[in-house]
Design a binder for this molecule. Structure first.
Ligand SMILES: [Zn+2]
Ligand SMILES: [Zn+2]
Length: 284
């Protein structure tokens, strides 16, 4: 993250247990071991020595000294420059969007919600940058630790989720697809892209569409960033990015970040009228 060395790193102080889980360092080391073993020989797993080390990376009470409101560093989830992602909204606050989340999903009324923070900044204003991002000692879920990745954005056209369309249009699409698919092809291949993305339309596979009004002004919130468990799955191969197609069958090709927030897909939705209005998190 491009972060000024003299600016406090974002933290979570929301009350929740933060001493038990996986050591952040173990999560990264475990991935390193598995990747090395796979590079050596995709058919055989880790060797005995590696297996022994992996077995030591267990969930446990690794940071018993942490009280329930002690500040813990948020994980750096992503940063996007408008020069790379021209569709990023212009909030007037800068050309760089930085996204952070807590390593635990124990927030909100349900006590199972993620905690996400956004920071817009002007990249040119950062003087001396921070050399290394602070990390929490322990995370509640391994799938909240992103593996370092570089963004190669591809611009695609999306259409609204099938169930969000007016009934006459749904009928026309179903007629065009034929009785066997009844919306499947539109949903999987043509409307909403899987994977990490900005903008686009919300997919509602879990709950069906619902309005997401801004809590301040009532304007319908717009998806800013969607984080997804996989960049594609067997039903959505039409969305495989061009540069990934030659290696699409390689292990991890479709899961470069190794992140899976909530039930797998998390959208940060923001007010299109005022970036200062509260965001909402949609898990589908
Ligand atoms: Zn937290
Ligand atoms: Zn608003």
């Amino acid at each position: 993250m491009l972060w000024p060395a003299d600016e406090p790193w974002p933290v979570c102080t929301v009350p929740h247990k933060r001493g038990s889980g996986f050591r952040h360092a173990d999560v990264l080391r475990g991935r390193e071991i598995l990747a090395a073993a796979w590079r050596r020989d995709p058919r055989s797993g880790p060797n005995a020595e590696e297996g022994e080390e992996l077995r030591g990376f267990r969930r446990g009470r690794h940071a018993p000294h942490l009280a329930d409101t002690d500040p813990v560093p948020l994980l750096a989830a992503t940063q996007l420059y408008r020069r790379d992602v021209p569709g990023l909204p212009d909030t007037g606050e800068g050309d760089l969007l930085q996204v952070f989340w807590c390593g635990f999903e124990r927030h909100g009324d349900s006590r199972h919600e993620p905690y996400v923070r956004l920071r817009w900044r002007r990249a040119g204003d950062v003087g001396v940058p921070l050399a290394a991002a602070p990390v929490p000692e322990v995370v509640g879920r391994e799938e909240l630790v992103p593996s370092p990745c570089v963004v190669h954005p591809e611009e695609v056209v999306e259409y609204p989720y099938f169930a969000a369309l007016a009934p006459p249009l749904r009928e026309r699409i179903a007629a065009w697809e034929g009785p066997k698919d009844a919306g499947d092809r539109y949903i999987s291949e043509l409307s909403t892209a899987p994977g990490w993305k900005t903008g686009g339309h919300l997919a509602w596979p879990l709950t069906g569409p619902r309005p997401v009004p801004c809590s301040v002004c009532g304007t319908e919130l717009a998806p800013l960033l969607t984080v997804d468990r996989t960049e594609w799955d067997p039903s959505t191969t039409s969305w495989i990015p061009y540069e990934d197609r030659p290696d699409a069958d390689t292990l991890w090709a479709g899961t470069p970040t190794e992140v899976s927030p909530g039930r797998g897909r998390l959208t940060v939705a923001v007010c299109p009228r005022d970036a200062g209005h509260p965001m909402d998190l949609i898990v589908q």
